[in-house]
Design a protein. Structure first.
Length: 106
């Protein structure tokens, strides 16, 4: 994927998160992008990400950012209040990835 498209995807994630441009978070978003890209390659068994998955990449970056601080926590309770957290990508993301998944032969 070329650098310009990568920057557009990361910028779209920032817009969805209603974030001002902050170069201090560039490295974080680069890591989230790489994590999402690697997940797509592994999960779908593909070597190139089709344009139809660019918005999924954006959604995956947003999801990872929103999960920051609650990684590996399934639920948390305080008194009579409880909160549940997603520990995997949401079903809408997985459904779109499933449409591009290829069978792995070993």
């Amino acid at each position: 994927m070329d650098d310009l498209l990568k920057e557009v995807i990361i910028q779209n994630a920032r817009i969805l998160l209603d974030m001002e441009w902050d170069t201090n978070k560039d490295t974080l978003f680069e890591i989230y992008f790489q994590n999402a890209e690697d997940f797509i390659f592994d999960y779908c068994n593909i070597s190139e990400i089709p344009a139809s998955l660019n918005s999924v990449l954006t959604q995956m970056i947003v999801f990872q950012y929103r999960q920051m601080g609650v990684e590996n926590i399934q639920s948390e309770g305080k008194g009579s209040l409880s909160q549940a957290f997603l520990v995997e990508y949401p079903q809408n993301i997985m459904n779109r990835l499933n449409r591009h998944a290829r069978v792995k032969f070993q």
